[in-house]
Design a protein around this ligand. Structure first.
Ligand code: GLU
Length: 271
């Protein structure tokens, strides 16, 4: 199961994201990557293998300073665990980067639709269609939140999708269906993650997103809508667990956590 982290605030996004991804390492993964927005341009790095491979890449080819970014640890379902198939995936016009947890069941039809329009694909993943589709929406004037909602409504399967755009500073947008997504509410900064463990060293105030919701975080605000853009609400909660318990979702042992996850695991398998 992959890990997702998004950040907007005044700290270096790269450091917040790498630390968050490290907290999610227990979930297992085969590749890692991140994207930041700086001075109206996207910058990204991704590597197969452990997070240390990504960190080595970042130390030889550093990304510019930024307080806005997304990161991902991948558990490959579509396409081998290579550098190219690692997330983020970037739209052909270089304006939108996405990371994704889950499976887009109807990706083949969407890929064929985009290829018929002349879009060329860089990876073998199901995820890449989302980057091109979101960029197609923003190119016609939609804001990133509206674009992510419109694209999420077309996707079938299980997904948490998180996106940044080079044209929207101080913004990270995510959508979810059948896959977890939580928001960490900070002071002058906000977080997105697949699991609270990614941000509880920064904040313990959180929101749990409901089914088919879109969340837009800025450094000083959070907006939640449904896929059509209508205002919606998420469940607020406070995390009392320490970090080690948070990794186990409040259970004392990983085995107990996994026993309680079995209904969800069966549902995901059936999906
Ligand atoms: N299906 C996507 C892929 O194979 C995402 C997998 C994941 O959840 O990490 O790249």
């Amino acid at each position: 199961m992959c890990g997702i982290v998004g950040y907007v605030g005044s700290r270096p996004a790269k450091d917040v994201i790498i630390d968050g991804l490290r907290r999610l390492e227990y979930r297992g993964y085969d590749s890692a990557g991140l994207a930041v927005v700086s001075d109206g341009a996207l910058h990204w790095a991704k590597k197969s293998g452990k997070l240390t491979n990504l960190e080595a890449e970042l130390s030889t080819s550093p990304l510019p300073e930024s307080g806005q970014g997304i990161g991902h640890t991948r558990w490959a379902t579509h396409g081998a665990p290579t550098d190219t198939n690692a997330h983020p995936h970037v739209s052909a016009d270089g304006t939108v980067a996405v990371v994704h947890n889950g499976i887009i069941e109807n990706f083949a039809a969407l890929r064929a639709e985009l290829q018929a329009e002349g879009v060329s694909f860089a990876s073998d993943t199901d995820t890449e269609v989302a980057a091109h589709l979101i960029a197609r929406e923003t190119a016609t004037g939609a804001g990133l939140s509206q674009a992510v909602g419109a694209v999420a409504a077309r996707l079938e399967g299980a997904f948490t999708l998180v996106a940044v755009s080079s044209t929207e500073p101080d913004t990270v947008v995510a959508a979810r269906r059948n896959s977890p997504l939580v928001v960490g509410l900070g002071q002058g900064e906000n977080f997105l993650a697949s699991d609270v463990a990614a941000f509880i060293e920064h904040t313990r105030d959180a929101l749990e997103l409901g089914q088919d919701q879109v969340v837009t975080i800025h450094s000083d605000s959070v907006e939640i809508t449904d896929f059509a853009g209508n205002p919606s609400e998420a469940r607020p909660f406070h995390v009392d667990w320490d970090l080690s318990a948070a990794e186990k979702q409040g259970h004392d042992w990983f085995m107990r956590k996994e026993i309680f996850e079995q209904p969800r695991a069966v549902a995901d398998t059936l999906l």
